[in-house]
Design a protein around this ligand. Structure first.
Ligand code: 3HC
Length: 699
């Protein structure tokens, strides 16, 4: 007969003879919030004081062992006990303590395991120290105990990558002692009995000596300096691991001090905003309603975009019918999908033995009638309203009732496309980002008449494809491309006014973008923007300063960027150098416009670029194209390479403040009052002293 005592709402002790089973039950992921910390400490102290237990086994209820510290508590007033202190109590327990880990034992969860005297993993377990992804370091003994169990090089790799290590690898590395199959409580009881009969050995991690490895530490520190100089926590992780050769008490003290330094950085706040934002984007009533079933998808267009979308659907286990108008185009599409799938195998995203079965789910066809039975069609042909309307008119006649008709348009009016069918309620925009099988953003563009279950289906599809679905309203460019169209002009103005393209790129790379805007332009193809400028020439605001002068000159030479070997830069196999001819175009265009070049600091460049981005982002929120500031942030993090540690443009805006932003725009407006206008929302926020974070909370 066993007897269970509740220590508090999250922690209970079940006595089975002289075995004590401590159960952690704090849904959804058993995070170590205050009650878990207090309960664990109280339970272990009580068992030691009472002396009835000869072994203690800790396990967790629900889908996972502890997934880490409770991130929601970060930045709020701290309530003791601190996690490292709780783990010290566990490690010092004179009654042996073992832990049974299942699901994902991450961060503070794994650190809890490391402080116990033996660890049993349950099949499918993954362990990790992902604190670095939140701008932190493992701050409850992870940087000290992991090197003791797995060695300094393994600990460094694990902590700096934040990756989830599969159970088998964890066993081989010495992180866990055994791997078993079964329910956590049953395994806990069995393992505790094994401790009693001597078939499972226990030992205190703090008594294991660390093998020093200064070489690994120096090499890692030097590499990080080169590759992640702009980030804070990776360097602190190395410092903390270096302290693991000290006695544990001293090492833990150093780890704690470094952890608190990380906690105080804006990078930590930005990364945690990104963590919760990623989950909050789909946390809206429209995403949660009943959805239509999608098992078979039709994709129209076998170009880069269509093939990428088809690949994403195939990788998610969906049946795909790919439509092209001519055999050569269809063959090219199938070849692209084949090579995408090969790439997925190489990247470990698709198992080799599943590859052929996935490809077999693809049916290429030249006949639109093949779409008669699909649940969803995604049109991905070139951006021409006439062509799209023609296609949707045909789909209206071909597709079964209830099929969802989606356009992958990146800026066209989805209401107008919907009006070319007799079923506008079934029409929606699903805007993927290239390469569509890699990029995680999916803008779900809701038109006037789109039915609620079609919107919910868009979110369900995003989830199925492993993408971050963000709701967007209809306008030219939706959320992302509309904002991009605005702020990319700033880069051109900076060059016309005195900066070089390289200086602009370097300044923004220093801010954290992987590539500056001119390098991105070269990569994407300068001809795309050139065609857009020509198409919009007739409707351009005559008062607006023309931003395309230099880019037009480059394109007129037939230089479209990387694919043609030249653009803003010259590409010579792996080398990239500035295209000196561009300097001449810039000088000539300045002369033509009567501009006397002036100098900009890198900070000026970042300030102007970011202020332009924030201005249009504020307008997008103000007119409802994006429902919340965090939706804009997630669009930029997952679709536009915005530096994750900055949290997104509007999270970053809060670090500057509305009042300062308004003052900046007013200063810039003295040079160009057409381009630099204060968005009404920012003006209002400045007057009321509110932030975008406040708007996120209210929404
Ligand atoms: N704290 C608080 N809430 C958390 C959390 C945490 N550590 N981890 C997850 N959650 C919440 C999520 O926000 C989500 O809430 P919602 O339902 O209200 O949106 C809910 O738990 C479920 O999470 P997911 O939707 O992400 O569920 P999945 O099953 O897809 O993933 C997971 C589960 C793998 C555990 C994933 O949530 C995850 O990676 N969590 C973060 C783990 C982490 O970073 N741990 C380290 C924390 S820092 C730390 O431990 C410091 C220590 O060293 C001192």
């Amino acid at each position: 007969m066993s007897k269970t005592t509740a220590i508090n709402d999250c922690i209970s002790i079940e006595m089975s003879g002289d075995i004590a089973l401590i159960c952690i039950d704090n849904p959804p992921v058993n995070a170590t919030g205050q009650a878990v910390r207090q309960g664990l400490q109280d339970a272990v102290e009580k068992l030691n004081a009472e002396g009835n237990a000869r072994v203690i086994a800790i396990y967790a209820a629900g889908r996972t062992f502890v997934a880490g510290a409770d991130i929601r508590e970060f930045g709020k007033p701290f309530v003791p006990p601190a996690l490292p202190d709780v783990f010290n109590v566990i490690e010092a327990s004179s009654v042996p303590v073992i832990s049974v880990l299942h699901g994902t034992a991450l961060g503070g969860g794994l650190e809890l395991g490391l402080s116990t005297h033996a660890r049993i993993g349950i099949e499918d377990l993954r362990v990790g120290l992902p604190e670095i992804l939140l701008g932190l370091l493992p701050g409850a003994g992870g940087t000290q105990r992991m090197p003791r169990l797995a060695g300094i090089p393994f600990a460094l790799e694990m902590i700096l990558s934040g990756r989830q290590v599969p159970a088998k690898e964890a066993l081989e590395a010495g992180i866990i002692d055994r791997l078993e199959a079964g329910e956590p409580r049953d395994i806990a009881l069995k393992a505790a009995k094994d401790v009693l009969d001597g078939t499972l050995q226990t030992r205190r991690t703090d008594q294991i000596a660390v093998t020093p490895d200064q070489g690994a530490l120096d090499q890692t520190a030097a590499h990080l300096q080169k590759t992640q100089g702009h980030l804070f926590s990776p360097h602190k992780c190395v410092e903390a691991v270096a302290a693991s050769t000290e006695p544990l008490v001293a090492g833990l003290k150093i780890e704690r001090a470094l952890f608190m330094e990380c906690m105080d950085t804006p990078q930590r706040a930005g990364l945690i905003h990104a963590f919760f934002g990623e989950r909050a984007v789909s946390n809206i009533p429209e995403a949660k309603g009943p959805a239509r079933e999608i098992a078979h998808v039709g994709v129209i267009g076998g170009g880069t975009m269509g093939s990428g979308i088809a690949t994403a659907c195939l990788l998610a286990g969906l049946k795909v019918t790919l439509i092209e108008v001519a055999q050569d185009g269809l063959d090219r599409g199938v070849a692209t999908i084949t090579s995408n799938l090969d790439g997925a195998v190489k990247r470990g995203k698709l198992k080799t033995d599943k590859r052929d079965a996935v490809q077999a789910m693809l049916t290429p066809s030249l006949d639109m009638q093949s779409l008669a039975d699909v649940d969803l069609v995604i049109e991905a042909v070139f951006e021409d309203m006439g062509v799209k309307k023609d296609i949707f008119g045909k789909l209206d006649k071909i597709c079964k009732a209830g099929a969802i008709l989606a356009s992958n348009t990146s800026y066209l009016d989805v209401d107008e496309i919907a009006a070319s069918t007799t079923r506008p309620q079934d029409v929606i925009g699903l805007h993927f980002f290239s390469p569509a099988h890699v990029m995680r953003l999916l803008e779900i563009v809701v038109a006037d008449k789109t039915a609620p279950d079609v919107v919910a289906s868009g979110f369900a599809l995003a989830k199925k494809l492993g993408k971050v679905g963000v709701r967007a309203g209809v306008c030219d460019g939706f959320i992302g491309n509309r904002i991009l169209a605005h702020y990319s002009k700033t880069a051109a103005y900076l060059v016309l006014d005195g900066a070089t393209p390289q200086q602009v790129d370097n300044a923004l790379e220093g801010f954290g973008f992987a590539m500056g805007p001119h390098k991105v332009g070269d990569l994407a193809g300068l001809d795309i923007g050139w065609m857009t400028r020509k198409r919009k020439a007739a409707t351009r605001d005559p008062n607006e300063r023309y931003a395309g002068a230099v880019a037009d000159r480059i394109c007129e030479e037939g230089w479209f960027g990387r694919k043609s070997g030249k653009g803003y830069y010259v590409y010579d196999s792996r080398d990239i150098s500035p295209n000196l001819a561009v300097d001449t175009f810039i000088a000539e265009e300045r002369d033509k416009a009567g501009v006397t070049p002036r100098s900009f600091t890198d900070q000026d460049i970042v300030d102007r670029y970011m202020t332009a981005m924030i201005s249009e982002a504020a307008r997008v929120v103000e007119d409802g194209t994006a429902k919340r500031p965090l939706d804009v942030d997630m669009v930029f993090l997952f679709g536009y390479g915005f530096p994750r540690h900055r949290g997104g443009p509007l999270h970053y805006a809060d670090t500057i403040g509305a009042e300062a932003l308004v003052a900046r725009i007013k200063t810039y407006a003295k040079e160009d009052a057409t381009y630099w206008q204060v968005p009404a929302l920012l003006e209002k926020m400045a007057a009321s002293g509110t932030s975008f974070a406040d708007m996120n909370k209210e929404a």
